[in-house]
Design a protein. Structure first.
Length: 346
């Protein structure tokens, strides 16, 4: 094909927080699909905190993005050319197409999306990876029981809001933590949290801990960990015996380099951390949702009707234009988004 496409490459590895200079907008010829492949015109792409770790050269569960390589991530788009049986031009699919207007991908690794059943963006958020992360982490690892108390940070994000809403539907007291008064208002009025605390209003973990203790007078049974940092320091001493801590992320430390390696000396000491886990009989489970794609069908059966009925509400933060993806991503890492961060490519 003679037409051109655009993509965003990793121009350099960030030293701390990413800057616009770490990204480069490129124009390239649109590729042609080979046997078993399709060419996709991307409509929407997802922005997620885990992408920050892939920009470093530290070993992780996913391959690092090479310098000058295309930024990676999940997207939804329309098939505009196909050399794969069972995948037709005009169908919509979701896959790891990256930060680009077009992508060629093996059809075998793609999931078909029906735009008539839900908005395309839902496949990247509430019905996609973030929603599954919240549902699986809470129900399988958090093991919630009616009457218990849940704390989750980033409460208005796609994972935190799913966790809070599912927990509330199961009869738990839900305490959200978010950055800013407006986000806390959204957490309570839109997502139905019992209370939400603005972590920016507290200078220290000790001050935040006092506020959480007032919001959770019976202690904390489940802390859904997706932030780390000051929030972890504040919550951990409040955990009840036999409490559960599912861990899916630590966004507060991502900009410290090496997936937060430099943050070790700034948080709870290892002896204090391990002693707290030991004497309170806590169950701490780290998980990567890509190991649990087989649960997507169960997730859709459980949560799909709740979304359709309005019991689970959705909020999206959509940025227009591929060229604006770096700024939107930088904003995401400092809590500047409200809801699922998505880029509308066309």
């Amino acid at each position: 094909m003679s037409e051109m496409m655009k993509q965003i490459a990793l121009a350099s590895r960030p030293d701390g927080a990413p800057t616009p200079e770490n990204f480069r907008l490129e124009e390239l010829p649109i590729p042609t699909p080979g046997d078993g492949e399709v060419l996709v015109r991307v409509h929407y792409m997802s922005l997620d905190p885990y992408m920050r770790g892939r920009m470093d050269d530290a070993k992780s569960y996913a391959a690092n993005i090479p310098v000058d390589g295309k930024m990676e991530g999940g997207s939804v788009g329309e098939i505009i050319a196909s050399n794969a049986e069972g995948f037709e031009v005009g169908e919509f699919v979701m896959g790891g197409f990256g930060w680009a207007t077009h992508s060629v991908a093996p059809a075998a690794g793609l999931a078909k999306i029906d735009p008539n059943t839900a908005p395309l963006t839902y496949a990247l958020g509430v019905l996609g990876m973030p929603g599954l992360t919240g549902w699986y982490g809470l129900t399988e690892l958090g093991k919630p029981k009616a009457g218990e108390t849940l704390v989750v940070a980033a409460a208005t994000g796609p994972v935190g809001s799913m966790v809070g809403q599912i927990a509330k539907s199961m009869g738990l007291r839900t305490v959200g933590i978010a950055g800013g008064a407006d986000k806390c208002k959204t957490a309570v009025e839109h997502f139905g949290f019992d209370v939400c605390l603005d972590h920016r209003a507290y200078e220290t973990a000790s001050e935040l801990r006092k506020a959480i203790k007032e919001a959770a007078p019976k202690g904390v049974d489940i802390y859904f960990e997706n932030v780390g940092g000051k929030v972890l320091d504040a919550v951990l001493p409040l955990m009840n015996p036999h409490g559960r801590i599912p861990i899916c992320g630590m966004i507060a430390w991502y900009n410290e380099g090496g997936l937060g390696a430099d943050a070790i000396e700034k948080s709870l000491s290892a002896p204090k951390l391990w002693r707290t886990i030991l004497v309170n009989f806590l169950s701490v489970n780290g998980f990567i949702i890509s190991n649990h794609w087989d649960r997507m069908g169960d997730f859709h059966k459980a949560v799909g009707p709740m979304i359709a009925s309005g019991e689970v509400k959705v909020q999206e933060d959509i940025t227009e234009g591929l060229e604006n993806a770096p700024d939107a991503f930088i904003k995401l890492l400092t809590g500047g988004n409200v809801g699922k961060a998505i880029v509308k490519v066309i």
